[in-house]
Ligand binder design. Structure first.
Ligand SMILES: C[S@@+](CC[C@H](N)C(=O)[O-])C[C@H]1O[C@@H](n2cnc3c(N)ncnc32)[C@H](O)[C@@H]1O
Length: 310
């Protein structure tokens, strides 16, 4: 029996770079049944952790903005939050194509709503970046920024300022459904949100009924959360040490990574695998059920794997 079968699979409401939503049909069947705690050590968009069954699911990430956003989703009354989001959109004069259609804004679907939303979006971004009180309202604004930003992404510069330009889409029915489903799921009792560097994440008390899923930034590919020296060879080595320790404690783990990508190879990872023949690298197909040529181009030559110790 596999642990994923009971739950409806839902996507993250964030278009998170490196998100594993498309790989879930391949990854989830490779997980064993977990009776105690599932630790999503680098949860990012939460695509994996939110879709597993376990007594307790820890959603951990070092990104404080992300974790505070999830805490807002989890702890704030849902109706109050949704009303707050709609009020922010209205206050700033951002579009609501779900109510008025594209024509109302002098835009068509192909080109999107960017032109109409640009000024109100920049004003909202400025207010968010100047807002000092890190309350629920602050994170409701962050969610609205993500919805109206380029590709619905989340990115802060080295000064901690949200810096994405305006995007083409708005708070449409698809976004509303993703948010609503995600909030409902996060509110389930077994989800715990933590904000800890994996290097100081304590493994005390965990054992053979627990599981670690590690989806770190990839050393040999570039992602925005990796831009300012966030991930490097020292972190990579520290992670393997951490996973070795988990293994000694009898904790099962699965690590996502790429062995090779666009002419580069992850020598540290390959050496770790060579030194630890008890670990298995299972090949995944990134383009599985996704024949979009852009995706194919981007990931061509990448050897995506899941490394497991069971
Ligand atoms: C590849 S993403 C995870 C994507 C996620 N599995 C999903 O499907 O949405 C990697 C994440 O690791 C986080 N991260 C980077 N360094 C970390 C550290 N030292 N400890 C914990 N999380 C870290 C980043 O903030 C980023 O969200």
């Amino acid at each position: 029996m596999q642990m994923h079968l009971e739950k409806e699979i839902i996507p993250s409401p964030l278009n998170y770079i490196g998100g594993k939503y498309k790989l879930l049909p391949q990854i989830l069947p490779l997980f064993p049944e977990i009776s105690d705690t599932f630790i999503d050590l680098f949860c990012g968009g939460c695509n994996v952790g939110i879709n597993v069954n376990a007594d307790r699911v820890i959603l951990n990430d070092t990104d404080g903005n992300l974790q505070n956003l999830y805490n807002t989703f989890k702890n704030m009354d849902k109706d109050v939050l949704l009303k707050m989001i709609e009020d922010i959109i209205e206050k700033y004069g951002l579009s609501r194509s779900d109510i008025h259609g594209y024509e109302h804004y002098g835009c068509e679907s192909g080109k999107g709503l960017g032109e109409y939303n640009k000024q109100p979006y920049l004003k909202l971004r400025e207010d968010f970046n100047e807002h000092k009180n890190l309350d629920y309202y602050h994170y409701a604004i962050l969610y609205v920024l993500i919805v109206y930003s380029f590709n619905n992404q989340i990115r802060f510069n080295s000064n901690g300022k949200f810096n994405l330009p305006v995007g083409k889409r708005d708070y449409n029915t698809k976004m509303q459904k993703k948010l609503s489903d995600f909030i409902d799921r996060l509110k389930e009792d077994n989800f715990v949100i933590t904000n800890t560097d994996f290097e100081v994440f304590s493994l005390d008390g965990y054992g053979e009924n627990d599981f670690i899923y590690a989806d770190p930034p990839y050393l040999i590919t570039c992602a925005t959360y990796n831009e300012q020296g966030g991930w490097n060879e020292d972190k990579e080595r520290a992670l393997y040490k951490f996973l070795d320790k988990a293994n000694e404690q009898g904790i099962r783990f699965a690590l996502s990574n790429v062995l090779r990508s666009k002419g580069k190879e992850n020598a540290i990872l390959l050496k770790w695998l060579e030194d630890n023949p008890q670990y298995r690298a299972i090949s995944l197909d990134y383009n599985y059920s996704n024949s979009n040529y852009q995706t194919k181009d981007r990931s061509s030559g990448s050897e995506e794997v899941l490394i497991v110790n069971y």
